[in-house]
Design a protein around this ligand. Structure first.
Ligand SMILES: *Cc1c(COP(=O)(O)O)cnc(C)c1O
Length: 497
């Protein structure tokens, strides 16, 4: 018998934690992230998995990681998450455009791939709370670069025993993303704009999580914090599923043969999505290269090419705002694997990042990084990718997907690697209408985001998604804005203590 999977902190401070406890806590007490004691292997042949639908596959993959959940509990979570709130029975369809494959992860209620994990997290979390006998009210504290916020609000609204607070960078999200959040209704929700960027919001949230005195006051008021950010292992694991799904779909359609290598190209910010692809590979899925695509904030490209991670650099606000990130939190989980699960090394690197703003990995770790390729696309390249593909195939990519598409084109040219590749499509173009439509034609320069929803819908000859229909006409219900230093105060005021 193989040893049962438990969870531990990447920094060594906690060990022997059950999956439900790790999901509930969100982040380890020593500031590290929870990781499984080993990455489980699949015990069925790909051929046998190929007949499963999305829910069946999700149950199979999740049961490998979340071993303290019963079959009944997990099926309850999976079946409530992946239902008709997605606009297609396939949940994560793969689309062939020319010679390219796109894995469309934006068919959920908020039109971005965050729905893939955030539609199930509330169920995993409330089930975990029940399993752990928790009686306090859970407060979800979340920083968003634009898409997590709305997806978390959607997932947690009106779930008994939960309140949710979302911090977003006031000037760093698209108009449509902002409207999606500040018009969100739900008694247990609170949305706060901060004067700062995503990294400020994320650091602020992490700081609150580690503020012992504040946590004590919180407890006394019968609350406990948890996180909906991708630092929560309950968000990472559901993302492994769609990598299996796309591979199996391509296999079933005869596009690839059993065991054939497949490259995945992932537009990356906090490193959660691409880490899930890496976990899928470690589980036994024949992924060849993991292509990590960045925008102008190319800290990950530099890291993969040099082994040095340096956040001390200029921050750019781009047309792919969900990737405007200089501190990719989930990279810590990869460092843990690359170091041969050495939490002392990880802790040292993270201490360096805190104190000096940078760190350098050793040669062994660098060598272990060779499955990854890092690339980036500047704004003009991203726009050109959108217009080229539209003109060639009448397919409209969003700006994040276009970063990945552009990086892959350059990678293929430079490397000559002719392995088939899947571009992970992380958002609907309807979330970023201004940047997308103006990439296609600059005659749209004087239109606003909302007018361009209609224009895009006529280009595509399809009605706009219900999720954003008339969004500019909805009532703004969340008007709070605060300085980045005052996030704690904002929490306190909302919780009323
Ligand atoms: C969050 C997000 C990303 C980045 O994903 P990570 O898991 O943070 O790397 C890319 N594209 C879109 C549209 C997103 O919302």
């Amino acid at each position: 018998m193989e040893e049962k999977i438990y969870y531990k902190s990447t920094r060594g401070g906690q060990n022997g934690i059950s999956a439900s406890e790790a999901i509930l806590k969100g982040i380890a007490e020593d500031g590290g992230l929870f990781v499984p004691s080993r990455i489980p292997k699949i015990d069925l042949k790909l051929k046998d998995l190929a007949s499963m639908n999305y829910r069946e596959l999700a149950y199979y993959i999740l049961s490998k990681f979340l071993v303290d959940f019963t079959e009944e509990e997990l099926k309850y979570c999976v079946n409530n998450a992946y239902d008709n709130k997605f606009d297609t029975e396939e949940i994560a369809p793969v689309v062939k455009v020319g010679d390219s494959y796109f894995l469309e992860l934006f068919h959920g209620p908020t039109l971005a791939f965050k729905d893939m994990a955030l539609s199930i997290l509330p169920y995993l979390l409330t089930t975990s709370a029940k399993k752990q006998g928790l009686e306090k009210e859970i407060v979800i504290l979340t920083a968003t670069s634009g898409d997590t916020g709305k997806a978390a609000l959607e997932g947690f609204t009106n779930i008994p025993g939960i309140k949710i607070i979302v911090f977003y960078p006031q000037e760093g999200v698209s108009e449509i993303q902002k409207m999606q959040m500040i018009t969100h209704k739900g008694k247990n929700t609170h949305v706060v704009g901060i004067k700062g960027n995503f990294d400020d919001a994320q650091s602020g949230v992490k700081k609150i999580f580690r503020d012992e005195e504040f946590l004590k006051t919180l407890e006394e008021n019968n609350y406990v914090f948890s996180s909906a950010n991708s630092i929560n292992i309950g968000r990472l694991v559901p993302q492994v599923v769609y990598y299996f799904y796309v591979y199996l779909k391509l296999y079933s359609k005869g596009e690839i043969t059993d065991g054939e290598g497949l490259n995945v190209v992932v537009p990356t910010g906090n490193f959660g999505n691409i880490l899930a692809a890496y976990y899928a590979k470690e589980m036994g899925l024949p992924i060849n290269k993991l292509i990590c695509a960045s925008n102008d904030n190319k800290v990950l490209y530099d890291f993969i090419s040099t082994g040095v991670y340096d956040k001390g650099r200029e921050f750019f606000t781009t047309i792919s705002p969900s990737m405007d990130i200089l501190i990719s939190s989930n990279l810590e989980r990869l460092l843990y694997v690359l170091s041969g699960e050495d939490s002392k090394i990880v802790k040292d690197l993270m201490d360096n990042l805190d104190s000096k703003g940078s760190y350098k990995i050793n040669d062994v770790m660098r060598n272990n990084l060779k499955d990854f390729f890092g690339g980036y696309a500047f704004e003009e390249e991203t726009k050109k990718a959108i217009s080229d593909l539209y003109n060639k195939d009448k397919y409209i990519m969003d700006t994040h997907t276009a970063v990945a598409y552009s990086v892959n084109e350059r990678y293929v040219k430079a490397s000559g690697d002719n392995t088939k590749a899947v571009v992970v499509s992380t958002a609907s173009p309807y979330k970023f209408t201004y940047a997308v439509m103006n990439s296609i034609d600059n005659k749209y320069a004087d239109y606003n985001d909302f007018q361009l929803v209609n224009e895009m819908s006529s280009l595509l000859n399809k009605e706009e998604p219900a999720a954003i229909k008339d969004i500019n006409k909805r009532e703004v219900v969340h008007k709070t804005v605060c300085n980045k230093e005052d996030m704690k105060k904002a929490v306190q005021e909302y919780l009323n203590f």
